[in-house]
Design a protein around this ligand. Structure first.
Ligand code: TYD
Length: 215
């Protein structure tokens, strides 16, 4: 029998450093014999990557942005995430719906009730015992002071639409993540990302080991 799939998402404001740790965690799972699918949002499929380009580069109103992000998510879930989980793989996803609540909801000020509705609509998938609302089993939130993140990002590369936002945008985004943590305390693990890279990595490992997913 194949083992159950495992879905983990990585969140944080731009500059929080989640990508490095996601790659390292993929290696740790592979070293223990698991098949890992690494993916990202918006994106992960050909269609969703096209939508990502639009969302990150083109100016648009917050509703359009939210709808495009959820359209990309629907395709990503159906084409990539659900099949990988059904095969018993570990799916590591760079951002998921918490980012929509944080960026479109708190950052842009788009209506949170509508986001909740879209979340239910888009993430309802067929499970073994009927429909379920797909969520990550674990969300690792790399929490970082927006002013520190801004310093880290400064001059790093050409910023996209979100990376060029002012610090107070990212303060609201951080509040958005905190609200999601308070609403989903079991699923969330908050890691202080201003610590050294090695300390952050040990915290990531601990969180996953505590849940019994890595030896
Ligand atoms: P990011 O994950 O930081 O990728 P990279 O490391 O290549 O910069 O970029 C994705 C951007 O998309 C980030 O600024 C947050 C934004 N975003 C949203 O606004 N809403 C969403 O629902 C998601 C998933 C991402």
């Amino acid at each position: 029998m194949t083992q159950p799939g495992l879905f983990i998402s990585f969140e944080g404001i731009d500059g929080a450093g989640k990508s490095t740790h996601m790659a390292a965690l993929a290696q740790a799972f592979e070293a223990q014999g698991r098949v890992v699918t690494r993916t990202r949002e918006p994106g992960g499929t050909a269609l969703a990557e096209q939508l990502r380009e639009l969302v990150l580069q083109a100016a648009m109103d917050p509703m359009t942005e939210a709808l495009l992000v959820f359209a990309a998510r629907r395709d990503h879930l159906q084409q990539l995430i659900e099949p990988a989980l059904a095969r018993g793989e570990v799916v590591l996803c760079d951002r998921f719906t918490d980012a929509t609540f944080a960026y479109q909801g708190m950052g842009r000020g788009f209506d949170l009730k509508t986001l909740h509705y879209l979340e239910q609509l888009v993430q309802t998938v067929k499970g073994l015992d009927g429909d379920l609302i797909r969520q990550p089993e674990l969300t690792i939130w790399f929490a970082l002071d927006p002013r520190v993140a801004a310093q880290r990002l400064a001059g790093a590369r050409l910023p996209d639409k979100f990376e060029s936002q002012p610090v107070d945008f990212f303060s609201r985004v951080s509040d958005g993540y905190l609200q999601r943590l308070l609403a989903h305390p079991q699923r969330f693990a908050r890691i202080a990302a201003e610590q050294s890279r090695e300390t952050v990595w040990q915290a990531v490992l601990n969180v996953v080991r505590q849940r019994g997913w890595l030896a």
